[in-house]
Design a protein around this ligand. Structure first.
Ligand SMILES: [Zn+2]
Length: 240
């Protein structure tokens, strides 16, 4: 893949990186390749995560796992119907002009062209070839209903992609104990997060009528594309 350069993103990302962590340019960094935009070169830090962002499309580690999978499986979005919740910008830039692409969020914004409530999706059964839902369900009070709705609008043979903040040391998802205040709970799990998922996230998808699998990557791929910092984000690919 040859990279097409995004000058505006490059300028923004370098400016931000230079402002937030100028010393990163003095630290040793390897050349990485972004499976989304094709850029090869030095990546930029994101907070405590060194080499986390592609400077050319601003992809993060989990975006690149997703991009690698789409590439590897030969999944093309052209000519497909796609429901993409709270879209990640590297993908939005590639897909937002496709006629079948719906970018949904609780409110319409620059990157979301359609208001969609994940617990009451306004599309008919089996409408979408792909449903993409990263880091959304942790904000949804009735996440089981959200997962069932995603399953409902997914075509048989289509694929739905999910990821959530997950603590893989936990067998079970941690919900707020009744005695704990919302503020205290959110200090631990994150602002507006309703729960912290454990290893049972896949079971929850299965209970919603989906057949989940996680994306596996080789150590070489993880190195080449910089796919993780402290461990890999789990991305669940589901059929129904
Ligand atoms: Zn990129």
């Amino acid at each position: 893949m040859t990279a097409s350069l995004n000058p505006r993103v490059l300028v923004e990302e370098y400016a931000r990186a230079a402002f937030r962590d100028p010393l990163q340019f003095a630290r040793p960094r390897q050349d990485r390749t972004c499976p989304i935009c094709g850029f090869t070169g030095k990546f930029l830090a994101a907070g405590p995560r060194p080499e986390a962002r592609c400077p050319n499309c601003a992809s993060k580690e989990r975006d690149r796992i997703m991009g690698l999978y789409l590439d590897r499986e030969g999944i093309r979005m052209e000519g497909r119907t796609i429901l993409h919740f709270s879209p990640e910008r590297p993908f939005w830039r590639r897909w937002h002009r496709l006629p079948g692409y719906v970018s949904g969020d609780v409110k319409v914004n620059k990157y979301a062209n359609t208001q969609v409530d994940i617990t009451r999706i306004q599309y008919s059964d089996a409408h979408f070839d792909h449903v993409i839902c990263h880091h959304v369900l942790e904000h949804v009070p009735d996440d089981a209903l959200g997962m069932r709705e995603c399953a409902r609008v997914l075509k048989p043979g289509g694929r739905a992609f999910f990821s959530v903040p997950q603590d893989l040391d936990r067998a079970e998802t941690w919900e707020r104990p009744p005695a704990m205040s919302v503020a205290a709970f959110e200090r631990v799990v994150g602002r507006d997060h309703k729960r912290l998922y454990g290893r049972d996230f896949g079971d929850k998808l299965a209970a919603a009528g989906l057949r989940p699998d996680t994306i596996a990557v080789s150590p070489e791929e993880a190195e080449r594309h910089r796919l993780g910092y402290r461990g890999l984000d789990q991305i669940y690919v589901c059929t129904r």
